[in-house]
Write a protein that binds this ligand. Structure first.
Ligand code: NAP
Length: 290
């Protein structure tokens, strides 16, 4: 029997990540869900196995806000697997009730650490197994909401809100714009390999509002109104699955996709080489500190 292709998906204990884990497992892939909470992930693991009717689902614990934890995840992965075919950087944080800036135990602003630095480090540590695949794929996740913030740049002098007033939306969109830029940089860096790097722009997708106990009653009403027009995680997972498994995209790299599997353009700022270099130089300074 041929070995199954291997897909790692982060934050797959809920939402789009969980739905994508089920779909990709149904396509015959071995799926590794990389999650931070053992408890939540164990529950999701059983559900994913059941719904996909597959036993080839594995759980690995990681806190993507911490570089030490990412190092451990990569090490455990490499001990068990030589090859990685698909890496989906799905996990992210965005709690609109967050009022105060938070720093991780490694001293980095938590949104910047989780949504941007974590994915960059994880890809880097898994490059060898990705290279061992016939055609490795790295998939990053951005947000359609970026369209409403065309002027928002990565703040090269203060990405962690040490001087400027913290606003969770700015921190989140900064991290997602950085992921778009990172995707283009990575695609270019890997252009002489068979590994591709593409980014998906996620529109409004239903989330479990129980995750946000501090939401005011008004915000709860707003959320439920908004979620009427939102996609289901299962619908959104189709685009993840397409980019992860379809032959149609095996030669595409450095592209930005919408929820309908169509290529779209990101903001002009994200394509400019000077900006790409500046953002990635900044990023690398965080990863070299360790
Ligand atoms: N839903 C939307 O409207 C929307 C819009 C634009 C973009 N997106 C993007 O779509 C992706 C999936 O979001 P979703 O809607 O499915 O939301 P979700 O259900 O909240 O999923 C996010 C996942 O990331 C995990 N995560 C957060 N911090 C982590 C950490 N430090 N280490 C490991 N895992 C961590 C969460 O785990 P816990 O359960 O432990 O918290 C959760 O499983 C995200 O990248 C998000 O930014 C979503």
């Amino acid at each position: 029997m041929m070995d199954k292709k291997v897909c790692v998906i982060t934050g797959a204990n809920s939402g789009i990540g969980k739905a994508a884990a089920i779909r990709i497992a149904q396509q015959g892939y071995q799926v590794i869900i990389a999650c931070r909470s053992q408890e939540r992930a164990e529950v999701a693991l059983q559900e994913i196995k059941k719904k996909s009717d597959s036993d080839s689902i594995e759980l690995m614990i990681v806190d993507l806000s911490l570089q030490e934890s990412i190092q451990k995840l990569a090490q455990s992965f490499r001990e068990k697997h030589d090859t990685l075919d698909v890496l989906i950087h799905n996990a992210a944080i965005f709690d609109i009730t967050q009022k105060q800036v938070q720093y991780t135990s490694e001293g980095v602003e938590s949104i910047w650490a989780t949504n941007h630095l974590g994915p960059v480090l994880l890809t880097d540590l898994l490059l060898d197994p990705l290279k061992n695949s016939d055609q490795g794929r790295v998939i990053t996740i951005a947000s359609k909401g970026l369209i409403a913030k065309p002027g928002l740049k990565v703040n090269l002098n203060d990405p962690e809100f040490r001087k400027k007033r913290f606003r969770v939306t700015n921190a989140y969109y900064q991290s997602k714009r950085a992921q778009v830029i990172y995707t283009y940089w990575l695609a270019e860096k890997l252009s002489d390999t068979s590994i591709t790097a593409n980014c998906i722009r996620v529109p409004a997708v239903k989330v479990d509002i129980n995750k946000y106990p501090n939401l005011s009653p008004m915000m709860k009403r707003l959320y439920s109104l908004k979620s009427r027009s939102a996609l289901s995680p299962e619908e959104m997972a189709e685009t993840y699955t397409y980019l992860a498994t379809s032959d149609e995209v095996s030669n595409l790299s450095g592209k930005y996709f919408n929820e309908n599997r169509k290529q779209v353009k990101s903001s002009r700022y994200t394509y400019q080489l000077e900006n790409i270099n500046q953002v990635m130089n900044l990023t690398m300074r965080y990863l070299k500190k360790r």
